[in-house]
Design a protein around this ligand. Structure first.
Ligand code: FMN
Length: 217
């Protein structure tokens, strides 16, 4: 190959690789969340008074601190023995929270207060069947791991993973009410499609999702 055509070839290859890197998204890193702020917020009775479902979101992002506070309120560790802000039957702690952001999907690890990378892909549009999920900066996806529900038959696994998710979802509702954030829990989800996107094992089941963000107009 002549010198000039080699240079053109190398330049084209470099540009292609650069665009590919942008197109495919950067590899996600583990995110160490700020320590959650566990005081402050509205008094409980005022948060209950303000709790509601909202379906219009602005695309303003949540700060890392607010995201950390939200996840802690949802299902963080609140005692030295590793127990959580929401109860679970037999303390199975079988619900995982997938956190879908514009830059990709993470798994919330409550014990280390970190976000573990799942994929560098924006899947917010698939977090529910309603269009607003792609506007919300955060979509929480509650996934039950049936392998953790030792000794439970199919009915019990389905029943308790659904009830346990309800407590987490209500924690999210109350945090949002306290912080002036918008949220709505969603059962209207294309579970098979979302499970495939998230590459979930057959023993993992999507219960509900819940977009969170600032109220839109
Ligand atoms: C299990 C469950 C599933 C829900 N699924 C959806 C849904 O898919 N889409 C939606 O817009 N709202 C959904 N909602 C929200 C309800 O429509 C809402 O809670 C109800 O209308 C009462 O309004 P409020 O939450 O403001 O009191 C769901 C609520 C629950 C508890």
């Amino acid at each position: 190959m002549k010198k000039r055509s080699l240079a053109v070839y190398s330049c084209t290859l470099a540009l292609f690789l650069a665009f590919a890197a942008v197109g495919f998204g950067q590899k996600l890193e583990i995110v160490k969340l700020p320590q959650p702020q566990t005081d402050g917020g509205k008094p409980l009775m005022q948060a209950l008074k303000a709790r509601k479902s909202s379906r219009v979101f602005s695309n303003k992002k949540l700060s890392p601190q607010t995201l950390s506070n939200l996840l802690w309120a949802a299902f963080g560790v609140n005692r030295p023995d590793g127990k959580r802000t929401a109860p679970t039957a037999k303390n199975w702690q079988e619900i995982d929270i997938y956190v879908a952001l514009e830059e990709g999907v993470y798994l919330y690890d409550a014990q280390t207060n970190t976000l573990q990378p799942v994929m560098a892909k924006d899947i917010r549009a698939a977090a529910g069947r309603q269009k607003f999920t792609q506007d919300a900066p955060v979509n929480l996806i509650f996934v039950a791991d049936f392998d953790r529900m030792r000794g439970a038959d199919k009915n019990s696994r389905e029943f308790y993973s659904a009830t346990d998710t309800g407590f987490i979802s209500q924690n999210v509702y109350l945090f949002c009410a306290s912080e002036g954030l918008a949220t709505v829990v969603l059962g209207y989800v294309n579970r098979p499609a979302l499970a495939e996107l998230l590459n979930l094992k057959s023993t993992r089941y999507i219960i509900l999702s819940q977009p969170v963000g600032y109220p839109g107009k």
